[in-house]
Design a protein. Sequence first.
Length: 237
Amino acid sequence: MNLLAFDTSTDLMSVAVQRDGAGAGAPPQVWQHSGPGGAQTSSQLIPTIQRLMAQAGLQFAELDAIAFGSGPGSFTGLRTACAVAQGLAFGANLSVLPIDTLLALAEEARFHEASHLAQWRVSALLDARMDELYGADYMFDSGHWKQIKGYRLIRPEELSLDSDCPLAGNVFASYGARLPTGLARIDALPTASALLRLAPFLLAHGGAVAPDQALPLYIRDKVAKTTLERAAEKAAL
């Protein structure tokens, strides 16, 4: 498969292009970029995509699909990734593959820490700011992922687990002392390379949508505290 994938759901901007290997049985070639995201994403994402596509020698019309990290995550990052995926897909008449960022995080942790295991469970956690976490639990079994505990937006001390599975994510520096103890902790982020590994199975099982049907996945409805809420918090200190 020829694929373009990118994730801007965190402070990392991750982009990757995969080109089918030359010759029967040859592995695909991958070009990738990881760098600062956040405020730089809106100006850097499209030029980075164009550069990697040129390095791969691919035109957008030659792609099988465009995958992006759909959320949860940074509101601005999710909107940017979705809008870019939609625009590129419309222009090249392609399908879009929105992929759960917590699943991509879980896959990145598995790839680096548990790739030798046929079965593995993990609790994926992303910093949601405002003293909260995004979380979901996943099981990898014989080559495929399944979500076994759905999305939640919680405070660190509210995290409860049904088993002694490891924790993976970007939350330990900020919230480590408030998370359950005695469990393995894996620093990980959703990446474009993880999206590439997930894409073939998701595409084969109907995950692709028309560009106008691609949407960010928001778990939090509220993005900022009111002046009164901030004042009440300050008074409580």
